[in-house]
Design a binder for this molecule. Structure first.
Ligand SMILES: Nc1ncnc2c1ncn2[C@@H]1O[C@H](COP(=O)(O)OP(=O)(O)OP(=O)(O)O)[C@@H](O)[C@H]1O
Length: 497
């Protein structure tokens, strides 16, 4: 049996000049990190592929066997380029050979037996979820549309009169426990099995298919983009004005405009409730999605009272019936203590599962996260290496737009200050604003809790001429939708500069 941390092939330093072959046995992982900037920019590369990989990141080709990134399989002999600032792993269940070129620091995690790999528990969990999905589908067939008995007795207002739902799984854990990776893996495996899971994130630090500062959900009925730095949860998986490598997904998005839930708990809770009801509406409208169920990613949590209350709120709003805790027995026990006797709105008990945290989860420092946010914003407007988007620039008068500003501070559990109309000023330059699906005549609180239609960036503010230059992903009048200026993410870059 291998001890975590041991049994690993020594880490390789970043290299730009060679192609290496990496042989993996079943359940081994190739863990890699493509650095933010070239670590060897002066090295002379021997081939054009090598040069391209060095400039853009690292290129990996699966030359034999099978391998996947967080549940999404790689095609044989296709070159995948992982962009800069990507940290992840490729895992094989059957054994695989990889050819790796470019600027990448990596190591191989070896496990003597599948039972030693934390991934086996994730795989077993997936199979258990599949059984619940099959049971939901069978129950749905049995009950038929005309049987209202189940609906009347169990549905209350939580399933909008629809049939039985598949598992609603919440993945939680402390910071850096691998929550997003496990959520992504469960979603990808469900999709691979022919399901259409709803995937949601209530962690505003990292939006799913949306810019940071949001909570969001989307149906994942098609494969994820293996090369996406965010592993398929990035903005390149959404509809845009350009072509896409994989079929796009349509997210439902709400805007917190803050990095952490605790910076505006009342609004975060309201938005979680809104997202919860959007999920219920989707379940009611789509049988396949309902039967596959929900996979939910959460913000990092400890046993602190505030975190617990937030998670309990999420469980209630999404009718979560399976709570997966990564690597923290105390968090698992505390959640079980608080929720162990509860029943979901459908009358089911809540099941608690403690999984090992993978020792491979990478630490992401502030610079890593800042780079990732900046890249997501750039990609939203301009696309990535695979598809170039052409955003629109419009010049509008100060009086022709309705911009609201998030309140300075939120009284965490008491009075809730709401949006206020913002005076346009140079201070807004380079901020990204959310365009809300509301009317400019709606009250501020309605605007604040409205779904997000998209984002624009303030490219320039001319105070003398009282005009704004606004960058938007699609054309269209901006004046008839309210826009919200949040507190986060900060404007790091001049997108046109
Ligand atoms: N086994 C692994 N090997 C290599 N990298 C991994 C592994 N598991 C996860 N990672 C990487 O580690 C980073 C952190 O993982 P992840 O985002 O899943 O953790 P998290 O608990 O959601 O983080 P946070 O608390 O910051 O939201 C990601 O870049 C992810 O791709």
């Amino acid at each position: 049996m291998s001890i975590p941390g041991l049994g690993q092939i020594a880490p390789q330093q970043p290299t730009t000049s060679t192609t290496r072959t990496i042989a993996l046995r079943p359940f081994w992982e190739w863990r890699f990190h493509v650095p933010r900037s070239s670590s060897n920019s002066s090295s002379s590369s021997s081939s054009s592929t090598t040069n391209a990989a060095a400039a853009s990141g690292a290129t990996v080709r699966l030359t034999s066997g099978t391998a996947e990134r967080d549940g999404t399989e790689l095609a044989l002999n296709r070159a995948y380029t992982f962009p800069r600032n990507t940290q992840s792993k490729l895992l094989t269940y059957t054994g695989a050979t990889l050819e790796v070129t470019g600027d990448v620091a990596d190591r191989v995690a070896q496990y003597a037996a599948p039972e030693d790999s934390p991934q086996l528990m994730v795989l077993n969990l997936h199979f258990a979820l599949q059984e619940l999905r099959a049971a939901a589908a069978a129950a749905s067939r049995e009950r038929g549309q005309e049987n209202t008995h189940w609906i009347n007795n169990h549905d209350n207002n939580n399933n909008n009169g629809a049939g039985p739902a598949g598992p609603r799984v919440m993945v939680c854990g402390e910071k850096g426990s691998g929550k997003t990776s496990v959520a992504r893996t469960l979603a990808a495996l469900a999709t691979r099995a022919g399901g259409q899971p709803l995937v949601a994130s209530v962690d505003p630090g990292e939006g799913i298919l949306a810019l940071p500062g949001t909570v969001s959900a989307a149906v994942f009925g098609t494969v994820m983009d293996v090369e996406d730095p965010a592993g398929g949860f990035g903005v390149n998986g959404t509809p845009s004005s350009g072509p896409s490598a994989v079929p796009v997904k349509l997210p439902m998005v709400y805007y917190l405009g803050r990095e952490r839930a605790e910076e505006d708990v009342p609004l975060w809770r309201d938005l979680v409730s809104k997202l919860g009801s959007s999920v219920r509406a989707k379940f009611a409208a789509d049988e396949m999605v309902r039967e596959t169920g929900l996979v939910l990613d959460t913000p990092a949590a400890t046993v602190a009272k505030a975190d617990m209350e937030n998670l309990v709120h999420v469980v209630a709003e999404f009718a979560v019936n399976i709570v997966v805790v990564l690597g923290s027995a105390s968090l698992h026990d505390e959640l079980q203590r608080r929720l162990g006797n509860e029943r979901t709105a459908h009358g089911e008990p809540v099941t608690f599962i403690l999984l090992d945290k993978s020792e491979g989860v990478a630490e992401r420092d502030r610079e890593f996260l800042k780079f990732a946010r900046e890249a997501a914003i750039k990609e939203y407007f301009f696309g990535d290496a695979k598809r170039t988007l052409s955003p629109f620039t419009q010049s509008v008068g100060f009086d022709d737009v309705a911009i609201y500003k998030a309140p300075d501070d939120s009284d965490h559990y008491g009075n809730q200050p709401t949006l206020e109309a913002a005076e346009v000023s140079a201070e807004m330059s380079h901020w990204t604003l959310a365009v809300m699906n509301a009317s400019v005549n709606d009250p501020p609180e309605t605007i604040r809790q409205a779904p997000v239609m998209g984002f624009v960036a303030i490219a320039d503010v001319d105070e003398d001429r009282r005009r704004l230059k606004i960058l938007s992903p699609v054309s269209g009048r901006l004046g008839n939708r309210p826009m919200v200026w949040g507190r986060w993410p900060e404007p790091y870059i001049n997108l046109l500069g």
